[in-house]
Structures are given as structure tokens and as C-alpha cells.
Design a protein around this ligand. Structure first.
Ligand code: NAD
Length: 473
């Protein structure tokens, strides 16, 4: 049993039994047995079932959002949006299921040559603790749509909504007469995740988590020739030019590093501002941060909740204390709640630094907490140079009133997603992923078909008597 704790009060919400090695073996046996069955189900039928799952998820969205807030400490507005997005994800991939097909290739010679898209078989999805329900949907829905069996492992700290999603999916599949092995959710920490990705019965690994774990997961999957997609961390820059709407930029910057209490892979944790407006923008950002209401996410008016775990909160505070001790200057800090009943919560004050020494961990590492480092830049080249001064490449924000500059920057930045005059907007219709230490592979949009299937090529001779090896091109 592992105790699932509330990040708001520190109390136990529920005890959940971890999947044992024997249990995992049974799960993988069931998944392997179910995979050929599910591949043979007509794609349009798979699509209909996914849409039905989405409908049931929508009907329970309020209840699910409440549970997610309890387990993650995220604001109800965020968890409700994620619950709706998770249902929409099933509907979106339900629509995709019968539209993933191959092509006929007009090769020279007496051949009919075509490609088909093949499911992998058993897909393992592994997710972190910051967006458990939506990420569970994002892994399960496309895997099923394109004909795979799927085993999902949420983080040990936040399994509740993913387990609930597993039950909703299982219910719909069982009612339609499909085996439970088609979609299963296991529970446990890194040991269960490692056993899952190391198992040769797993033919594709789709992982979201930190770069350190991602490197291990990618290597473990490659050891038995399973491809992997790694959606990893970031240290994303926000670039504010003097010609931008500075108030909108300041609001976007603050939301970009304090949303989900900073526990976002796409957190805009490095702020670079054109020198002539640097003091002005810093002042606007500092004022907004100073006014943030940090507290119980369920209370009206709260803008920032707690961190998901006590360990993560301690890690974030250590980054802040270390940076301060090494000479970084704090220019703004929000408060934390004083109510005695919240004394056990994982509170961290959103903090803005400037003058962070080059190479300091505050600038180089993903804090995964509400911490921002701000510095000035001189021109576009300087802004791009600073933006690229990281091993990560997940996202970047550009704030400018000049459309030409917006396109130049979008072209120059080596990151998976560029937002211009906005930030942190995502859709299943748009591919998402990173470069460098932010990982590889793309989920979402048309890229999902290529992630969850492989290409088979078929050559068929249309002319009897053409010897094998005939080639004329
Ligand atoms: P983590 O890497 O510690 O854990 C992620 C998941 O991997 C958990 O389920 C964990 O139990 C499992 N795991 C741990 N060791 C494993 C192993 N050896 N083999 C297989 N699985 C293993 O990440 P976290 O601390 O839970 O989450 C925070 C990280 O996730 C941050 O780095 C954040 O940027 C990243 N993240 C990335 C994205 C994205 O889409 N790029 C989105 C959200 C979060």
C-alpha cells in the first residue's frame, strides 16, 4: 500500500495498492493477449468506443476535477479545464481512428506497392505527477485509436484520477465485449516504471517526465529495440521586446511561471527583456507577483496552490535559498498562507530573481517551482543567444508588436513550441514535444499517427513471371 497525500493539508487521502512484479507480469500477459484482438477491431468501431469514453468522462468531469484538485493542489479552474480537455482528447482520437491509413506508391515497374500503418502491440505510457488525468488521457486515447493495447503508469504521488480513468475506459470496453487487457492502469513508483519499460513485451514507450529519468527510460526501451517518445523538462525563455504590449507581456510572464505553482514542463522560467524597458517590465512583473494570492486552491480568489509533494516544495525552496546565498537578488516574492489548518501544506512563495550568476543552478536546472530569473538583452541576436543558453528546448515566448520580428524569432528559436504574444496554450490538434534535453518524438495532431504506428511496405507483382530482384528505376 502507498499512502496518497493531500498537498493542501498533508493528510492521507487514500491508500492504494502498488502493482507487484507478479501483478505486472499478469498485466503484460493480458495486454499481449488482447493486442491482436484490438488490432482486428474495425477502426471505425474503435473510434466509436473512444467517443463513448469521452462522453462518460464529460459526464463526470466535475467530480474528476474535484478529485484532481484534492490530489494535486491545482486550482479547480485548471483541473476542470484539464478534465474537459481529457474528454475532448478521447473524442479527437475517436475521430482519427479510421483516418490513419497508408498510401499507394507509384514505383516504376510491374508492381502495386503500398504502405499500411501498423499498431505496435503493447504500448507503455508513463506520466509524471503534475497533470495526471489529462496526461493519462493523452497516452491512452491515441494508443487505443490506432489499434494498440496500452498499459499506463501514473506517478505514485498522484494516481487517483488516472485509476478512475482506467475504470471508465474498462467499463466501456467490457460492455462492448472487449478484454480488460486492452487498456490497463498500474500503480507504483520508479521500480514499477522501470520493470515496465524493461519488459520486451512492451513494443513502444511513450514517456513524460524529467530529463534524468527520460534518459534511463529511452536507454531501457532501446535495449530491447522498442522505440520511445520522451516528453521531458524545460527551462523555457520568455523574450520581451521594447515594442511589445508590456502589460500583456508582464501578465503572460507571471502566469507562465506561476501556473500550476510552477510545476509545468513549459514553465517560462527565464525572462529576458530588452534593456531599455527592463526596469519597467521588472517592476510590472514584481507588482503582479507581490499581489498573488497563494493558498488553499479550493478557496475563492486563490491564484496559486501548493506544490504536489513535500519533497518538491523542499527542492524548490533549496533552489531559492541556494541562489540567494550565491548572490542572486530577489526582486519580488509572494506570501504563503498563515492559516493553522494549512500548516501541513506544501507551500512555496513565487519568487523573482535578477543578477543570477552565470552557470548558477537557478539558471541551468529545471526548478519545477514558481521561480523566475530575469536579465536584460540588447537586440534580437542577443535575445536568441540567451534563449539558447540551456540544454533544454521545449518552449519559448516572444512578446513583440512587430510581426516581422515575430516570424524572425519563431524561425530562429530551436524549441518545440514558440508562442508569440501568448503563452501556455496547447491543443491536441497541434504536435507537442521538445529538442535537446527536452526529449524527442511528438504527441498530438498528425504526428500522433506516426508515433503510435509503424509503416509496413507491401510490394505486389502485377506481372507473372517477373523474377524476384527485378528492378528498373
Ligand atoms: P520523473 O521523471 O521523476 O517521473 C516521471 C514518471 O516516471 C513517474 O511515473 C515515475 O514513477 C516514473 N519513473 C521513475 N523512474 C523510472 C524509471 N527508471 N523507469 C520508468 N519510469 C520511471 O518526473 P516527475 O518528477 O514525476 O515530473 C516532473 C518532470 O516531468 C519535470 O521534469 C517536467 O518537466 C516533466 N514534464 C514534462 C512534460 C512534457 O510534456 N514535456 C510535461 C509535464 C512534465
Amino acid at each position: 500500500m502507498t499512502a496518497v497525500l493531500s498537498p493542501i493539508t498533508g493528510e492521507v487521502i487514500e491508500d492504494v495498492a502498488a502493482t507487484t512484479p507478479n501483478g505486472l507480469d499478469a498485466v503484460l500477459r493480458a495486454a499481449e493477449a488482447a493486442a491482436p484482438h484490438w488490432r482486428a477491431v474495425p477502426a471505425s468501431e474503435r473510434g466509436r468506443l473512444l467517443v463513448e469514453i469521452g462522453r462518460r468522462m464529460r459526464a463526470r468531469a466535475a467530480e474528476i476535477a474535484e478529485l484532481e484538485t484534492l490530489n494535486t493542489g491545482k486550482l479547480p479552474a485548471d483541473t476542470r479545464r484539464e478534465a474537459d480537455r481529457a474528454a475532448a482528447c478521447f473524442e479527437y482520437y475517436g475521430g482519427w481512428a479510421d483516418k490513419a491509413h497508408g498510401t499507394v506508391v507509384p514505383v516504376p515497374g510491374p508492381f502495386h506497392t503500398y504502405t499500411t500503418r501498423e499498431p505496435y502491440g503493447v504500448v507503455a505510457g508513463i506520466i509524471p505527477w503534475n497533470v495526471p488525468y489529462f496526461f493519462a488521457a493523452k497516452k491512452i486515447a491515441p494508443a487505443l485509436a490506432f489499434g494498440n493495447a496500452v498499459v499506463l503508469k501514473p506517478a505514485a504521488e498522484t494516481p487517483l484520477t488516472a485509476l478512475l480513468l482506467g475504470r471508465i475506459v474498462g467499463e466501456v470496453l467490457a460492455e462492448a465485449g472487449h478484454p480488460a487487457g486492452v487498456a490497463q492502469v498500474v500503480h507504483g513508483g520508479g521500480d514499477v516504471g522501470r520493470a515496465l519499460v524493461e519488459d520486451p513485451r512492451v513494443r513502444l514507450v511513450v514517456f513524460t517526465g524529467s530529463d534524468a529519468t527520460g534518459a534511463r527510460v529511452g536507454a531501457a526501451a532501446a535495449a530491447h529495440f522498442a522505440p520511445s517518445a520522451l516528453e521531458l523538462g524545460g527551462k523555457s525563455p520568455q523574450l520581451v521586446f521594447a515594442d511589445a504590449d508590456l502589460d500583456a507581456a508582464a501578465a503572460g510572464v507571471v502566469e507562465g511561471f506561476t501556473g500550476s505553482c510552477g510545476q509545468m514542463c513549459i514553465a517560462g522560467s527565464r525572462l529576458y527583456v530588452q534593456r531599455e524597458v527592463f526596469p519597467d517590465v521588472l517592476e510590472r512583473v514584481a507588482r503582479r507577483v507581490g499581489e498573488l494570492r497563494v493558498g488553499d486552491p479550493r478557496a475563492a480568489g486563490t491564484q496559486v496552490g501548493p506544490q504536489v509533494t513535500a519533497a518538491q516544495a523542499a527542492k524548490t525552496r533549496a533552489f531559492v535559498d541556494g541562489g540567494t546565498a550565491r548572490g542572486a537578488r530577489v526582486v519580488a516574492r509572494a506570501g504563503t498562507p498563515a492559516e493553522p489548518e494549512l500548516a501541513g501544506g506544501n507551500w512555496v512563495a513565487p519568487t523573482v530573481f535578477t543578477g543570477v550568476p552565470a552557470g548558477d543552478p537557478l539558471l541551468t536546472e529545471e526548478v519545477f517551482g514558481p521561480v523566475l530569473c530575469a536579465e536584460p538583452f540588447d537586440d534580437e541576436d542577443d535575445a536568441v543567444r540567451l534563449a539558447h543558453d540551456t540544454r533544454f528546448g521545449l518552449g519559448a515566448g516572444v512578446w513583440t508588436g512587430d510581426p516581422g520580428r515575430a516570424h524572425r524569432l519563431a524561425d530562429a528559436l530551436r524549441v518545440g513550441t514558440v508562442w508569440v504574444n501568448t503563452y501556455r496554450i496547447l491543443s491536441d490538434m497541434v504536435p507537442f514535444g521538445g529538442v535537446g534535453a527536452s526529449g524527442y518524438g511528438r504527441e498530438g495532431g498528425t504526428d500522433a499517427v506516426h508515433l503510435y504506428t509503424w509503416t509496413k511496405s507491401v510490394w505486389l507483382s502485377t506481372s507473372p513471371g517477373v523474377p524476384a530482384g527485378y528492378r528498373k528505376d
